[in-house]
Design a protein around this ligand. Structure first.
Ligand SMILES: NC(=O)C1=CN([C@@H]2O[C@H](COP(=O)(O)OP(=O)(O)OC[C@H]3O[C@@H](n4cnc5c(N)ncnc54)[C@H](OP(=O)(O)O)[C@@H]3O)[C@@H](O)[C@H]2O)C=CC1
Ligand SMILES: O=C(O)C1=N[C@H](C(=O)O)C[C@H](O)C1
Length: 250
């Protein structure tokens, strides 16, 4: 059987360099290009890439995806910075290239995907909920894509359950003391040397709390999800948001 021809964008980065090794080690894949900043995107077409793993920066990802979609190259995207406007733009591009698939995964690790699922399941039963994400200090964005997605899923679950705004009597003069408001859910971002990628979801009800915590201790935690995404995206045209759509989570 012929191997899947995979490229990595952001190949010298923290996660991109790990993805290069994972693709090289996968028996059913061939690494056909490994691009860094300044490298020509045309290389991807010349190398016959079928899938490109996009792990660059929020500032670069749209230009890269525009090229990929126009050339019918499937995308597996871990880069953060997704807004409704950006997703709508992707839908427009994909409509003009209906066989092409793009997976955007706020987090490729199974534990983080399950954290999001469990948090959304639990949200309807608790009056209060806050998200704390903790990362290495070189991370370019805050809050993390995972925390933003977690808060959005929690907010949707609360709305579906008919829960209103959270109780919060705080009156503070200090900006930021209550974190960022993501769809009504406070999200706090910690940046600390020694950490990699971690998240806690704190839920509180009368007389009890529930904490859901996930820790990515090494970038290898993201690799099975990236490889799964590369295999599945070729059979999934259009935009898929979240690795959970490629997993059987019951
Ligand atoms: N979804 C997930 O599971 C995960 C997502 N991420 C996300 O992935 C992204 C990258 O994270 P991380 O690896 O830590 O960041 P890094 O800064 O270590 O890596 C990004 C790399 O992309 C390069 N780059 C920038 N623009 C381009 C371009 N146009 N073409 C090719 N390469 C480019 C950068 O080059 P230069 O240094 O010259 O700028 C750098 O080498 C972030 O958005 C992060 O949040 C990270 C981990 C897991
Ligand atoms: O930059 C990182 O490191 C990570 N970015 C993603 C995010 O913003 O959620 C995924 C994971 O948290 C690691």
């Amino acid at each position: 059987m012929s191997k899947l021809r995979v490229a990595v964008l952001g190949a010298q980065g923290r996660i991109g360099s790990e993805a290069v090794k994972a693709v090289e080690a996968a028996e059913d894949m061939e690494l056909v290009a490994a691009l860094g900043r300044g490298d020509k995107l045309e290389t991807l077409a010349e190398a016959g890439a079928q899938v490109a793993v996009e792990l660059t920066t929020p500032a670069s990802v749209m230009e890269n995806l525009d090229f990929l979609i126009r050339h019918g190259i499937h995308g597996v995207v871990g880069t953060t910075g997704w807004t409704a406007d950006r997703l709508a733009q992707l839908d427009t591009w994909l409509a003009a290239s209906p066989k092409t698939g793009v997976l955007i995964a706020p987090n490729f690790s199974i534990g983080a995907v399950l954290t999001m699922k469990f948090a959304a399941q639990a949200a309807r039963y608790f009056e209060s909920v806050e998200v704390i994400e903790l990362h290495h200090p070189n991370k370019v964005d805050a809050p993390s894509g995972t925390a933003t997605r977690t808060a959005e899923l929690i907010a949707a679950a609360r709305a579906e359950a008919g829960l209103g705004a959270q109780p919060d009597a705080t009156s503070t003069a200090l900006d930021g003391a209550r974190g960022a408001d993501v769809s009504g859910v406070p999200v706090h971002a910690v940046r600390l040397r020694g950490l990699l990628a971690h998240q806690e979801v704190l839920l509180g009800g009368e007389g009890e709390t529930l904490t859901i915590r996930h820790d990515s201790l090494h970038h290898s935690s993201f690799m099975p999800g990236i490889l799964l995404g590369a295999r599945r995206v070729t059979q999934t045209p259009g935009l898929t948001f979240g690795l959970e759509h490629f997993l059987d989570l019951g």
